[in-house]
Design a binder for this molecule. Structure first.
Ligand code: PLP
Length: 395
């Protein structure tokens, strides 16, 4: 008999994954080119050639016993040294290799951070709408998610709501910018105000409140927007980074957890995080792709597909009567559903062979999420269906 906790989790499943599977069935039925699948954040841009070349070169050049062997649980020293130097150059930080733990993507990084800090019953503050997996990650360590609602209509940080929800039990706050699902980037002003609030609350309750910055979309930014780097603003910060989206490597499972050098009891935290990486069963991040990242530390992905898709979809959908904040980063948009019931709306979209995810999956009912990391053809050919759907709702 599976555990009671897993019975619940398995029942809830993932609406996004279910839709992805449904998309595959629809593709068999109607032909792949006639199904417009905006459900999953799976990049359609190939990984940069430098990455593929590095992987091949490393496989050819490196002694296989070393390459495929275990290494320190926190990852290869030389890779973490290069990474620290690169981050310090970009953000003026003071990372050393020891502050960086190579992880199994951002999901691995967040789980390591949460395992490191959470006691059962402690609370983790989120702002809705948010990436639904956070609930599962927090529940892995018997933590309790507490949810503030974003400021509407623009989904900005709602400091008042957060302040009201922070209590003695608050252990961490998770922030995700550029944001999935809204595409919002929090401004420096908002980040400063959040860090002031957390400093005040730490003083009031006499213990650390950690800020966990979930940053798989840091490099996917439109126009002149910039993404503040949280360790520059708040001492007790973890950064969960991933190469899944920026370099189109989601299946390779590679990222890192950065621990702010000025974090309280930093040595103890780093030691515990390395152990957490091991005992969660990751043991270490994949060896080959750690080495690939080491060789390609400053390689940037091609963002042109996302920029182009965002522009086309924002312009066309807005003209059809869909309302949304223009995405500033990541590859998602989060328009209002054309009826109050977002699930019914997404079901109606399916009749036009358009797969979009109900906002309620992200604790944002009344909206839908559209992942535009798809081919240009998918975007262009979907427009007719979006227009017909809008017409059904009298737009
Ligand atoms: N955090 C957010 C906001 C995401 O959207 C995702 C993946 O879609 C992840 C974390 C997990 O990313 P990774 O593939 O690096 O584990």
């Amino acid at each position: 008999m599976i555990s009671e906790k897993m019975q619940q989790l398995a029942k809830n499943g993932s609406a996004i994954r279910a839709m992805f599977e449904e998309g595959k069935l629809m593709a068999q039925q109607y032909g792949k080119e006639n199904v417009y699948d905006f459900s999953l954040g799976n990049p359609n841009t190939p990984a940069p050639e430098a990455i593929r070349k590095a992987a091949i070169d490393i496989l050819k050049e490196t002694d296989p016993v070393t390459l495929h062997g275990y290494m320190s649980n926190v990852g290869y020293d030389d890779v973490r040294e290069k990474l620290a130097a690169s981050l310090n150059q970009r953000f003026g930080t003071a990372f050393a290799a020891k502050h960086l733990i190579m992880t199994v993507g951002a999901a691995g990084a967040l789980n390591v951070a949460l395992k490191t800090i959470l006691n059962p019953g402690e609370e983790v503050l989120l702002q809705a709408p948010y990436f639904g997996e956070y609930n599962n990650y927090i529940s892995n360590f018997d933590g309790v998610p507490v949810v503030a609602k974003a400021k509407l209509p623009d989904f900005g940080l709602n400091l008042e709501a957060m302040e009201a929800l922070i209590s003695e039990k608050t252990k961490a706050v998770i922030i995700n910018s550029p944001n999935n699902p809204t595409g919002v980037i929090y401004s420096e002003e908002e980040i400063k105000a959040l860090s002031d609030l957390l400093c005040e609350k730490q003083q009031q309750y006499g213990h650390a409140i950690y800020l966990i910055s979930d940053e798989p979309y840091r490099e996917i930014v439109f126009g002149n927007h910039t993404v503040p780097y949280l360790p520059c603003f708040y001492e007790n910060t973890f950064v969960g980074y991933s190469y899944s989206k920026s370099l189109s490597l989601p299946g390779e499972r590679i990222g890192y957890l950065a621990v702010s050098p000025s974090m309280e009891a930093v040595e103890e935290v780093i030691g515990a995080a390395g152990v957490a990486n091991r005992i969660l069963g990751f043991v270490n991040a994949p060896s080959l792709f750690q080495k690939v990242i080491g060789r390609c530390i400053d390689t940037v992905g091609d963002m042109s597909l996302y920029i182009r898709n965002k522009e086309v979809l924002y312009k066309e959908l807005t003209a059809m009567g869909y309302e949304m904040r223009e995405p500033e980063g990541a590859f998602y948009m989060f328009p209002k559903a054309l009826e109050a019931d977002d699930k019914a709306f997404c079901a109606a979209a399916k009749k036009h062979r358009i797969l979009i995810v109900p906002g309620s999956t992200f604790a944002g009912p009344g909206y839908f999420r559209l992942a535009f990391c798809v081919s240009e053809a998918t975007v262009d050919h979907s427009l007719e269906g979006f227009a017909a759907l809008a017409k059904e709702y009298g737009r």
